[in-house]
Ligand binder design. Sequence first.
Ligand code: 9UX
Length: 70
Amino acid sequence: MEKKTLIVEGMTCNHCKMAVTKALEEIGVEKVNVSLEEKTVMAEYSNSAITADTLKEAIEDQGYDVKNVQ
Ligand code: 9UX
């Protein structure tokens, strides 16, 4: 299982949290944890087609700004 944590700006409410979670699940991410307080999105996945860039793109498509992926 691959695990990445992204710093995401602009997530303020529970709907934001759901939108990001759903977008990542749709690209095959198995576990998502969003912290509005920490501005972080944690993604765990085993699909090798998923990269830092595909994660970033899926979140940015929802209108949020991805600052860092590690
Ligand atoms: Mo409501 Mo969360 O516009 O951005 S979905 S605050």
